[in-house]
Design a binder for this molecule. Structure first.
Ligand code: COA
Length: 207
């Protein structure tokens, strides 16, 4: 498993773009920092973050740099979510905490407030699920969601993920541990659901 994962990552200098009907995800770049700062200015977006959102351009660049390092170390995929028509950055999505031995990884996502409720989340997560299940051949993908984050919980349930226990995560921001629900999607469940997700124009290529 680990060999396959490394082979996939070393084939590509950087994670490839993944394209859906209306959005694509591409490797984050340092130049994305100003737009990320702008979108994270809304406290509703960062309300459940475990880390303090960036307050200035330098902090936004540090946020991106941290992700770029993990991409370089080939330990995670961190993507900018782009609107295909306008080429505007809508948010950030991550396939990370990849545990090749266990065949698991986690998905993280945030979108600018004005892009909620428009199907962007579903489209992006389908792309990341395909990356995880098809290209990396993972066995399961997890979403860890704060117990109070009802909107994200509903969003991940719509993807077919089911609640599978709770865990306490350290909040750097609040200096305490915060209870999170663990949502889990197994590869077999995802395969059974996939027919529901065939969207005209969605390229079903291996990534
Ligand atoms: C999480 C996030 C990516 C989800 O994207 P989204 O576009 O808002 O999600 P969707 O609209 O596809 O799904 C949300 C669902 O929750 C429902 N919902 C909204 N508020 C709710 C609430 N308080 N309780 C229960 N359900 C709620 C919506 O009605 C929607 O369901 P529907 O499509 O059946 O109407 C986005 O809200 C976001 O970026 N949030 C801030 C960052 C964040 O919390 N990230 C997740 C960290 S784990």
């Amino acid at each position: 498993m680990w060999e396959r994962f490394r082979a996939h990552l070393t084939e590509t200098d950087s994670p490839r773009d993944l394209t859906g009907p209306s959005v694509r995800v591409r490797r984050l770049e340092l130049d994305d920092a100003p737009r990320i700062l702008e979108l994270l200015d809304d406290p509703e977006v960062s309300r459940f973050f475990l880390w303090e959102p960036p307050h200035d351009l330098m902090e936004a660049e540090q946020y991106v740099q941290g992700f770029l390092q993990e991409i370089e170390q080939r330990s995670a995929y961190h993507f900018a979510v782009m609107d295909s028509a306008s080429d505007e950055l809508l948010g950030v999505a991550n396939l990370y905490h990849i545990d090749a031995r266990a065949g698991e990884a986690e998905i993280g996502i945030w979108l600018g407030r004005e892009y909620w409720g428009q199907g962007v989340q579903q489209e992006v997560n389908r792309l990341l699920l395909r990356l995880g299940f098809e290209a990396l051949q993972l066995r399961r993908i997890l979403f860890l969601v704060a117990t109070g984050n009802r909107r994200a919980q509903a969003a991940f349930r719509k993807l077919g993920a089911a609640e599978h226990g709770r865990t306490m995560l350290r909040s750097q921001r609040q200096q305490r541990r915060v209870e999170h629900l663990v949502y889990r999607l197994e590869v077999a469940q995802w395969q059974a659901l996939d027919h529901r997700w065939s969207v005209p124009g969605l390229k079903s290529r291996r990534v």
